[in-house]
Design a protein around this ligand. Structure first.
Ligand SMILES: *Cc1c(COP(=O)(O)O)cnc(C)c1O
Length: 414
């Protein structure tokens, strides 16, 4: 649904961001966020909100969460000095290594936290939706670990495209339900998951995979992913003696980026840069860059920026990276962009793949194609600003991307 842009009181919004007041009591980040859901979902969201208030910052909950993060997920993840990239780019480049987490990407931080929360709330089963399959795998793994039955909704088309992840979810004990309605991809899967949740909101917990959706999800996901930025901030201070000049992350729904940025937002001297999927061009349908090219509107329960046509029809997105291929973005990013605290740019497919190859060759690290958008954006910044200290959120590893890399980067090497 398309709406008129809301006029913004930028100085007040910025002052609020710097004093960490968002989201407000109505689940809003300035004008963005909120809850645009059918009446039937309101009691379930209210219950979830009550659980979040009670448990998310409770010391017993946090002790259990941190024990799982340390001994099962593999936290804290290292901060690596990227010597080769630093030399080539004329910068000091540091990589926050979410690629080294269990299951290979930052998504596990969120899944393990939400499945623990589900247990606290007395849920009997967990459901999730997945597009590329990464969130489904992370949630299936967390459910197996914590003894929760898990059902994952996945579009029929996505199941074909991401067959190895379907197998991984099944091995991890999840039931994978093919979604044959609507677009047969992620958006239809969200609708199916919501339908399931409404039918038993007390017994079922819906584990959402990015910083999107109705309140309180963008808040839950931000809080659980902020472990990335808290660790990185401390590691930068300890290993380099000061904070970075800039922190850089890729943005799909925006969970790894908000996790890195949130603990740095109040550090005025640290620039923040989010990189979206620029796909093959700037036209509608040629990319997945909702902040760079989108307009305000409502998608899946939240008011944010979307890729939609002039009638408010959501448009197909395009990106070489499945994990960034989403027509919306989390509401907190929409606010941070609107008030100028974070800058967002698009990186096209070719530049992301080139950055991936460069990182492999000189760092011995195969990054996810999603994360390679952050690398390419950081490289661009380094060339325009010589000698700066750059912190890059490396959101995941690229092993899952081998089929795409066979068709692209490796073809060029043959
Ligand atoms: C899913 C995914 C992303 C995109 O999701 P965000 O919520 O924007 O972080 C980025 N990188 C990797 C490796 C992913 O799996």
């Amino acid at each position: 649904m398309r709406t008129q842009p809301v006029p913004l009181d930028t100085p007040t919004l910025l002052a609020n961001v710097m004093s960490d007041v968002y989201p407000d009591a109505r689940g809003r980040f300035g004008p963005f966020g909120g809850r645009y859901v059918p009446e039937t979902l309101v009691p379930a969201l209210d219950r979830l909100q009550a659980g979040v208030d009670r448990y998310l910052h409770d010391s017993d909950f946090l002790a259990e969460l941190h024990s799982e993060l340390d001994t099962w997920v593999g936290r804290p993840t290292p901060l690596t000095h990227a010597r080769g990239l630093s030399q080539r780019w004329g910068a000091q480049v540091w990589l926050k290594r979410e690629d080294l987490t269990h299951t290979g990407a930052h998504k596990i931080n969120n899944s393990v936290g939400q499945v623990l929360l589900a247990r606290k709330l007395g849920a009997k089963r967990v459901i999730a939706e997945t597009g590329a399959g990464q969130h489904g795998v992370a949630t299936a793994a967390a459910c197996a670990r914590l003894g929760m039955p898990c059902t994952v909704y996945m579009g029929e088309i996505d199941m074909e495209r991401q067959a190895p992840n379907v197998g991984r979810m099944k091995l991890l004990g999840a039931t994978v339900v093919p979604v044959t309605s609507g677009d047969k991809t992620l958006r239809a899967s969200v609708d199916e998951a919501l339908r399931d949740w409404v039918s038993d909101p007390n017994g079922t917990y819906y584990c959402l995979g990015s910083a999107v959706g109705p309140h309180p999800y963008p808040y839950i996901v931000r809080e659980l992913q902020s472990v990335i930025g808290r660790e990185a901030r401390e590691q930068m201070l300890k290993m380099t003696g000061s904070l970075p000049d800039i922190a850089v992350a890729c943005v799909g729904g925006g969970s790894n980026a908000i996790g890195l940025f949130h603990p740095l937002v109040k550090d005025r001297g640290v620039k923040l840069l989010g990189l979206e999927a620029g796909g093959i061009g700037t036209g509608l349908g040629e990319n997945a860059a909702s902040l760079a090219y989108g307009t305000p509107g409502v998608l899946q329960g939240t008011y944010s920026l979307l890729l939609q046509d002039e009638n408010g029809q959501i448009r197909e997105t395009q990106s070489v990276s499945a994990g960034l291929d989403y027509p919306g973005v989390g509401p907190e990013h929409a606010l941070l962009m609107s008030i100028g605290r974070v800058k967002y740019e698009a990186v096209n497919d070719d530049d992301a793949l080139a950055a991936l190859a460069e990182c492999c060759a000189v760092e011995g690290i195969l990054p996810a194609i999603e994360s390679s958008h952050a690398l390419a954006g950081a490289k661009r910044f380094a060339h325009a600003n010589r000698g700066t200290k750059i912190l890059i959120g490396l959101s995941g590893r690229g092993d899952k991307d081998m089929p795409t890399l066979q068709r692209t980067v490796l073809k060029g090497l043959a």
